[in-house]
Design a binder for this molecule. Sequence first.
Ligand code: NAD
Ligand code: G6P
Ligand code: MN
Length: 442
Amino acid sequence: MKKNSIVIAGGGSTFTPGIVLMLVENQERFPIRQIKFYDNDAARQEIVAKACQIALSEKAPEIAFSYTTDPQTAFTDVDFCMAHIRVGKYAMREQDEKIPLKYGVLGQETCGPGGIAYGMRSIGGILEILDAMEKYSPNAWMLNYSNPAAIVAEATRRLRPNSKILNICDMPIDLMEKMAAMAGIASRKDLTVRYYGLNHFGWWSDIYDKEGNDLMPVIKAHMAKYGFAQAKSESDQHIEKSWNDTFAKAKDVYPLDPETIPNTYLKYYLFPDYVVEHSNPNHTRANEVMENREKHVFSACHEIIEKGTAVGGKLEADVHASYIVDLAAAIAENTQERLLLIVPNGGAIENFDREAMVEIPCIVGKNGYEKINIGRIPRFQKGLMEQQVAVEKLTVEGWIEGSYQKLWQAITLSKTVPSARVAKLILDDLIQANKDYWPKLS
Ligand code: NAD
Ligand code: G6P
Ligand code: MN
């Protein structure tokens, strides 16, 4: 087996230590010779890097480790770039969430006006990383978690159509862990699913066990009673109160189409009024994450650095990390594993825009992916998806053209926004808040 060289872009991310530990634990299926971190915030990255360096020197001293803010150093001699950058960091996520709430519109990292604002920041950052990777390691693959993945994926489809970038999401993975538990099955990997939609906007229509037995009846019964609550997952990522509410709220999303199982993110589009009523405009998810995950990861890193050892430390590998390692291993070792990816539709969903980026199962190997044919989807899902995909495309066109008009249209078209008037008020505030990040609009 070939030994791989990985660069993690967004080295200072709260998810970096989990991925490093997962890489170390999975060397049997995905051998590693080198791990590098790249970030544009040297101070933030250094804390995560120093802790990971200690963990690596104890667990896998044979792996070369380094960290840098220099693109050439970072992207030279790599096989994979695992990307999870957050342009503007939590300070800007907080703005994305709080500005729409000022106008009675929900504030969310990837949905509605907040997601559009984040997309307008992410596109440039992702293109920079992708270009650096292609310049210094032309054969490398970029596996991208950076959000909003739907908008990032559409931007790279438009602007870098031949690049080796695969965009992914961990939400279906955690939900599949839960659905496996509902069906009394040990591992999500023993489920074969048919899933379709956009990123953070999809549905399961079929779920089978390894022998091909239909698991939908037992999962549907659970959904009708509890949503995704009361189903244990190995994930320790989606654990705070707001996530528990989201899992429980799926009980109300599910009856809209009892033939399919909805992604949790559909609550933002189907119950936006409920979400706003249950939001605190002065304390949003960004605050919750800063008080929990960010604090936890950085204090765990500080502790490791102070003690000089990661033995007994508080960093852990998680489900989120396992999925990106699955994908890397599928490519490196040509496993032909079936994985959900965000890819150009091109007819896989027969009655939907061929040029949309959709999230569907694909067979993954050394030469990339082959899409599983989905066929025709129901009118309800198709109608919702057409509206949302137009939002995503208008955002990307707005970024490319520097068009105020297109951004106004994008926000107006979002199902989370009540009128063009409100859309304009939110847009004008977002422009102010994002002046260091967005292209100039006219
Ligand atoms: P974080 O703020 O802790 O980490 C992001 C890092 O990116 C920071 O260290 C920051 O300095 C760095 N960064 C910002 N702009 C950069 C640039 N232009 N070049 C290089 N580095 C840059 O964020 P987090 O909460 O750990 O999340 C990281 C990303 O992963 C976010 O985009 C988040 O939405 C995404 N994410 C996606 C999924 C998914 O399902 N696709 C799941 C979890 C997290
Ligand atoms: C899920 C989604 C990610 C998103 C994350 C937000 O995992 O799939 O795309 O980034 O939730 O979680 P957070 O804990 O940062 O609110
Ligand atoms: Mn996601």
